[in-house]
Design a protein around this ligand. Structure first.
Ligand code: DX5
Ligand code: ZN
Length: 211
């Protein structure tokens, strides 16, 4: 679950409720008002989420020059940390910086960004996040061309015999998740599809059944 769509007046309770409802990781969307138009949360919230759950905390940085902040987010408790390839000039260095800090490192590709941007980095990545909406907001419509990108990435990873995880983020819901799973995704991020429903357990069960 992406907490971007959670009720921030009771964030701890929201996180605990999705944990009890069967979530595997908690996804935290960090936005800086530069790389994306929206501004959201920083290390302080990651640290609060860390204290409230035993689940893995997955931090998605939608910020310019993320290398400036990766150490802060790992210290705050990020288990998985991903940076946008478009925002990072020295991506290879940044990915290794994250791994040296002891977190799992991911590269994120916007819908218009090609897989070629990670051709020489795939072996080093713990996960690749394919954005299926333009980052910045929850509740947007799934961009269908991401399915071809996932299939191609799945093929590349399998051909090279790598254990790199494929993650998808944006517009994941009960209507879209089956075709996303069939394309070869390992990790599904869903914000509004979970937090905008009454019963998180029922929703997560339904999503899992579709997978
Ligand atoms: C979008 C964020 C997503 C967002 C997804 O920029 O990276 O994680 O929370 O929201 P939904 O699942 O509502 O599309
Ligand atoms: Zn995200």
């Amino acid at each position: 679950p992406s907490i971007l769509s959670a009720d921030f007046t009771c964030l701890g309770k929201e996180v605990q409720t999705v944990e009890k409802a069967g979530a595997d990781w908690i996804h935290v969307d960090v936005m800086d008002g530069h790389f994306v138009p929206n501004i959201t949360m920083g290390p302080l919230i990651v640290e609060a989420v860390r204290r409230t759950t035993s689940l893995k905390v997955d931090v998605h940085l939608m910020i310019d020059r993320p290398e400036r902040y990766v150490a802060d987010f790992v210290s705050a408790g990020a288990d998985y940390l991903s940076v946008q390839v478009e925002a990072c000039v020295h991506l290879h260095r940044c990915i290794h910086q994250i791994k040296e800090l002891g977190a799992k490192a991911g590269a994120v590709l916007n819908p218009a960004t090609g897989l070629n941007t990670i051709d020489y980095l795939l072996e080093d990545l713990d996960f690749v996040l394919i954005m299926s909406v333009n980052p910045g907001f929850g509740g947007q419509k799934f961009i269908a061309s991401s399915l071809d990108k996932i299939k191609e990435l799945r093929k590349n990873i399998d051909q090279k015999n790598l254990s790199t995880l494929i993650q998808i983020d944006g517009g994941v819901n009960t209507d879209t998740i089956a075709s996303i799973a069939a394309a070869g995704v390992d990790v599904f991020v869903a914000g509004s599809a979970i937090f905008n429903t009454e019963d998180y357990r029922k929703t997560i069960d339904r999503l899992r059944r579709r997978i």
